[in-house]
Ligand binder design. Structure first.
Ligand SMILES: Cc1cc2nc3c(=O)[nH]c(=O)nc-3n(C[C@H](O)[C@H](O)[C@H](O)COP(=O)(O)OP(=O)(O)OC[C@H]3O[C@@H](n4cnc5c(N)ncnc54)[C@H](O)[C@@H]3O)c2cc1C
Length: 289
């Protein structure tokens, strides 16, 4: 399939991209790696009259430590997150997640900003960024704002970003050395997208008990789900196998997954408990190593 014809603008700065967005309004779409937008255009699910390419703007990619956060430019491709020593050392769950996205071509072109802005319910980054309590920097003609992950993913393919905003940065609070992170995924065998996935951030106190935990599950609804019953069951507990298994068994509580041709709702709920347990155990183990 071929997309409908469109005009193309290679933006040279965020300001120019914002001016073009203001000029064209609903007729325009931002283009990052194109690995979600172009397929949607080929299927005529999206037919923007203008594409505003962000890939030509210098400085929108890259990974650095900024104060107490790991800051990732929106145009950073998945492969750069996989291969970053900094990410692997400080927030290994982000490497885990980036490394299981699609295939090598997708990881070389797709961007973290495009992934979260697209908000596919079967995407990997929204889940792990929820567990990591990330925030998102959005710039519009009236200035910039920071959006917390807990209010960012609004519905299927819908985020809190306004149509005239460009996402420029993702900020991940650096976990303390007493904390570990992990991400586990059951991938669809045909598409590679998430059937169910789980991300975990587990922080231990000096006695080895769980000081705090954030657990997120993907694949059970319109976006990432905080497994709050699991988090509560870990809080203050010694992280024994029994405690982690009992907490993980609550991972699907409060969700209402749908049956689909590949997996029933019951199977997805069960896999959420299995993957949550793997993620919690690995995060707890990384917290001590
Ligand atoms: C074969 C295949 C397999 C895949 N498998 C997986 C998988 O297993 N897991 C997974 O998570 N993903 C998967 N993907 C999706 C992939 O990760 C995409 O790269 C990603 O979802 C979108 O990133 P992009 O840079 O390509 O964005 P684009 O396609 O360029 O844009 C996507 C949307 O985000 C908007 N947008 C992009 N950047 C910004 C920005 N900075 N500010 C505001 N809006 C913006 C665009 O306007 C558009 O609406 C797969 C894709 C393909 C083609």
């Amino acid at each position: 399939m071929f997309p409908a014809s469109f005009g193309y603008h290679a933006a040279r700065s965020v300001e120019e991209a914002l001016d073009l967005l203001t000029k064209y309004g609903e007729d325009a779409k931002l283009l990052a790696g194109g690995h979600s937008l172009i397929p949607a255009m080929k299927l005529r699910l999206a037919s923007p009259r203008y594409l505003i390419d962000l890939g030509t703007i210098p400085g929108l990619g890259g990974i650095r430590i900024d104060g107490d956060a790991l800051t990732i430019g929106a145009l950073t491709v998945h492969a750069d997150i996989v291969s970053s020593d900094l990410v692997r050392r400080r927030v290994p769950a982000l490497s885990d997640a980036a490394g299981v996205i699609g295939d090598v071509q997708v990881r070389n072109r797709g961007t973290i900003g495009g992934s979260v802005a697209h908000a596919d319910p079967a995407a990997d980054f929204p889940v792990i960024l929820t567990a990591l309590n990330a925030s998102f920097v959005a710039v519009s003609p009236s200035g910039s704002r920071v959006i917390s992950v807990d209010g960012f993913f609004v519905d299927f393919y819908t985020t809190a970003l306004a149509p005239n905003e460009v996402l420029t940065e993702i900020r991940v609070p650096l976990p303390p050395s007493s904390a570990g992170t992990a991400y586990h995924k059951m991938a669809h065998p045909a598409s590679g997208y998430v059937v169910v996935s789980a991300g975990a951030l587990v922080n231990r106190d000096s006695s080895g008990r769980c000081a705090s935990a954030r657990i997120a599950i993907g694949g059970l609804g319109s976006g990432p789900l905080r497994a709050q019953a699991t988090e509560a069951a870990l809080q203050g507990q010694r992280l024994t196998d029994d405690v982690m298994a009992a907490a993980a068994a609550k991972a699907a509580e409060g969700s209402d997954p749908a049956d689909d041709v590949y997996a029933s709702a019951e199977y997805k709920s069960h896999m959420a408990t299995v993957l949550a347990r793997r993620a919690i155990e690995q995060a707890a183990q990384r917290a001590t190593s």
